[in-house]
Design a binder for this molecule. Structure first.
Ligand SMILES: [Mg+2]
Length: 246
């Protein structure tokens, strides 16, 4: 059971720092973790932040879009080795572009270690904020860094192949899986859908089920590429409940 966090387990809120997993969902997750072979939460946030949000210590977390792995019982997440050498360039970008202009526009910088996320949800003027973000994206590209777009968020990251699909492949490495389920609501979750299907083709996973969580400002590709589409975090809660028979 591989589950995205924001928009899948936790409702999307204006300030991502205030997002939380409802207690009813948390209780379902605890029951799921006892019943099924593996439960992992997969997030764009740092693995430690995802664990603090979900607040279950006995499951695995894949953080920073697959860059970090935090297994059950580990005290600290492990960073993908390919990212480590890029840390100075990422730190330098932060130093140069975390400006008072961004703060004035209420663009929030989330430092995920190897990845810098600029959120403009809830900015004073979202359109003007988006224009400032576009400019920032240009600077990142010029600096040899990669830019990735999500739901009202732009991320600056090392030019290294890191995505949620890679993260779940690392977690499942060496395991033979009869049935794997992945649920997510955003563009970055499509990498996990595709990887799970690849694992099915290679025979490591016998059956793969990709669940798309539909939302108002979510991407259409989620519905297009999913095996099953559900409505929002409430829909996800119903799926979790159905997976635990009385
Ligand atoms: Mg999400």
């Amino acid at each position: 059971m591989l589950l995205d966090v924001d928009g899948t387990l936790a409702p999307i809120v204006d300030n991502a720092a205030e997002a939380g997993v409802p207690e009813a969902t948390r209780q379902l997750l605890i029951a799921i973790s006892r019943r099924y072979g593996l439960l992992a939460c997969v997030s764009g946030r740092r693995a430690s932040d995802a664990r603090a949000m979900v607040s279950i210590g006995t499951i695995a977390y894949i953080g920073s879009h697959g860059a970090e792995l935090l297994k059950a019982g580990w005290t600290e997440a492990v960073l993908d080795p390919g990212l480590r050498s890029w840390m100075p360039q990422i730190a330098a970008f932060r130093e140069e572009y975390d400006t008072t202009d961004l703060q004035r526009r209420r663009i929030r910088l989330e430092d995920k270690g190897a990845i810098l996320a600029f959120h403009w949800r809830g900015a004073r003027d979202e359109e003007a904020a988006r224009a400032a973000i576009d400019e920032l994206a240009g600077h990142a590209t010029a600096a040899g860094l990669e830019v990735q777009w999500g739901r009202k968020v732009m991320e600056v990251r090392p030019p290294v192949a890191i995505d949620k699909g890679q993260g779940i492949a690392t977690l499942l490495h060496g395991r033979q899986v009869s049935t794997a389920l992945y649920a997510g609501d955003d563009i970055t979750d499509l990498d996990a859908f595709r990887k799970l299907r690849q694992l099915q083709e290679s025979g490591q996973v016998q059956r793969a089920l990709c669940i798309g969580v539909r939302s108002e400002d979510g991407p259409v590709e989620i519905e297009r590429e999913a095996d099953l589409v559900i409505d929002g975090t409430a829909g996800m809660q119903s799926v979790l409940a159905a997976l635990i028979p009385d």
